[in-house]
Design a protein around this ligand. Structure first.
Ligand code: BES
Ligand code: MN
Ligand code: ZN
Length: 521
């Protein structure tokens, strides 16, 4: 899916711009009962204390293997446990019973993760054909179930080791059947939405995983041009001279230490039958590498800062998804792109920068660069006539301290807008948690000589970061998603491989695809 051209890599590297990191399987609905589904691995969710009454023939077909695994405690239905067995007389080569936890806790996200768990287990076993069965009476609509099952299969078909040359050939799932009981048209629509959202999430993961010598600001812009054009979006790339004309002093300040020129990617989605009223402005932090600049980061784990453009990738890939799915809400995407490097021309602590909007910022720490580039980008989005703003950024280590790695920090105003984005994130399976924006915290980033300082100290660091960004949102409804903790996974889980997660792609897409109730926010 994502084989691109060789880029002008930063140091003359000929590393391929982006290797194939994902393949989309053919996904089809089926209405067959389990034993008639022809596949290599049949994925069946099992709840805790599940009598499997709707699959009564299974135990006998497995020669009692299911009952005895139960008795041994090997099959308990605990979330994401996997038990694989052979079922005699079934058309499926094998059956994977995947723990789905307590029935009362079942949700769209649980089904997505159960599907991911089964599908990743399939790939590990070099299985290319799977089928996923939705159990009856789970409370999910057929459309939703089909969507998250499709998402799960596609998200499992992602390879984070794309730059190895010694890997045995990656095994991809080539086809997946999903069995959901319900109206065929609903199921087909759900599958299509899930497939596209899964693909676009994978696209963002590939971008975040790409090393910074491969994915420079210029290379990101070129890739954005390609992805956006293919999806039917309008793209405009602002180069360094246009950025200077616009007087984006915050972005230029951050970019000044790098040999790589900055870029701003501007995306537009203008559907023919647009929902009247809203123009959604999506802004994504696009630091292709964050060394910290003159306020240099320690060497430990600095390599991870290649993913400091994950917010930008989320905006790009979400907009591609919205266009491909024919959403009806107009969207504008703005992605400020630069490296943050030390060097003879780098901006320095104590420098005062002037934003395009005219506000001045005293730089107390060059490592607080994300809020600077976002400031100019939010202003630019507002000049393009957006009515609602969402920015996405790997903004603060403090957010990781506050919420850990399982939830995105979500800030915003008014409450109705914030809650709408929260609901979209819930639908998307991008866990988010509302954080406060009390004015009191603004004290913390006052400057003696400029309008603001770019840091507010350690206490409440995620909140002061958000409040700084808010200064550039004008009077518009605005939400800030701090994805510093959620963009990257260090410890693999049964449903999640290491590396970039593609967080916020599906949140932004679900938000834009929701056509109801815009008048109330
Ligand atoms: N990109 C980092 C934030 C980050 C940290 C993302 C860890 C992912 C994991 C951001 O630019 C940064 O350096 N923030 C500083 C802000 C501080 C200097 C006010 C931080 O969090 O330390
Ligand atoms: Mn930084
Ligand atoms: Zn950063």
């Amino acid at each position: 899916m994502s084989r691109g051209a060789t880029s002008g890599a930063a140091n003359g590297e000929t590393l391929e711009f982006m290797k194939t990191v994902s393949e989309t399987p053919a996904i089809t609905p089926t209405t067959l009962v389990s034993h008639l589904i022809e596949t290599d691995l049949l994925i069946l969710p099992v709840f805790e204390n599940d009598d499997l009454a709707d699959e009564a023939a299974l135990d006998a077909a497995t020669g009692g293997a299911v009952a005895s695994a139960r008795a041994r405690g090997e099959l308990t239905g605990k979330a994401f446990e996997v038990f694989i067995t052979v079922a005699q007389g079934w058309r499926a080569g094998r059956v994977a019973l995947v723990g789905a936890g307590a029935r009362k806790d079942f949700s769209r996200d649980r089904l997505r993760r159960v599907t991911l768990t089964g599908s990743l287990a399939a790939r590990q076993r070099r299985v290319k054909k799977v089928a996923v069965v939705q159990r009856p009476d789970t409370g999910l609509s057929a459309r939703d179930a089909a969507q998250v099952m499709a998402e799960g299969v596609v998200l499992a078909n992602f390879d984070g080791t794309a730059y190895k040359t010694t890997n045995p050939a990656t095994v991809w799932i080539e086809s997946a059947q999903v069995r959901v009981i319900g109206e065929a048209a609903e199921i087909v629509a759900g599958i299509e939405r899930g497939r596209v959202l899964g693909e676009c999430t994978n696209l963002a993961r590939g971008l975040s995983n790409a090393p910074s010598n491969v994915l420079t600001p210029k290379a990101f812009a070129a890739r954005a041009q390609e992805i956006a054009t293919n999806a039917g979006l309008t793209v405009e790339i602002l180069d360094e001279s246009r950025i200077a004309e616009l007087k984006m002093g915050l972005l230029l300040g951050v970019a000044s230490g790098s040999q790589e020129p900055p870029r701003v990617v501007v995306l537009r989605y203008e559907p023919g039958n647009a929902t009247p009223g809203p123009v959604l402005g999506l802004i994504g932090k696009g630091i292709t590498f964050d060394t910290g600049g003159i306020s240099l980061k320690p060497a430990d784990l600095m390599d991870r800062m290649k993913d400091d453009m994950s917010g930008g990738a989320a905006v790009l890939c979400a907009m591609a998804a919205v266009a491909r799915l024919g959403g009806s809400v107009r969207c504008v995407g703005v992605i400020p792109l630069t490296e943050n490097m030390p060097g003879g021309r780098a901006f320095k602590p104590g420098d005062v920068l002037t934003s395009a909007e005219g506000k001045t910022v005293e730089v107390l720490n060059t490592d607080a660069e994300g809020r600077l580039v976002l400031g100019d980008a939010l202003w630019y989005a507002r000049t393009l006539g957006v009515t609602h703003l969402v920015d996405v950024a790997t903004l603060t280590g403090a957010c990781v301290v506050a919420l850990g790695k399982s939830a995105t920090g979500l800030f915003g105003r008014p409450d109705a807008w914030r809650d709408r984005v929260l609901r979209a994130s819930e639908r998307a399976g991008d866990r988010s948690w509302a954080m406060p924006l009390f004015d009191d915290y603004k004290e913390l980033f006052k400057s003696e000589i400029a309008d603001f300082a770019n840091t507010g100290g350690r206490a409440g660091g995620a909140i002061t970061g958000a409040l700084f960004v808010q200064e550039f949102a004008g009077d518009l409804p605005w939400v800030h998603m701090d994805i510093a903790g959620t963009a990257w996974v260090e410890d693999a889980k049964p449903y999640q491989v290491k590396g970039a997660t593609g967080v916020a792609v599906r949140t932004l897409a679900e938000l834009a695809l929701d056509t109801e109730g815009w008048a109330k926010v």
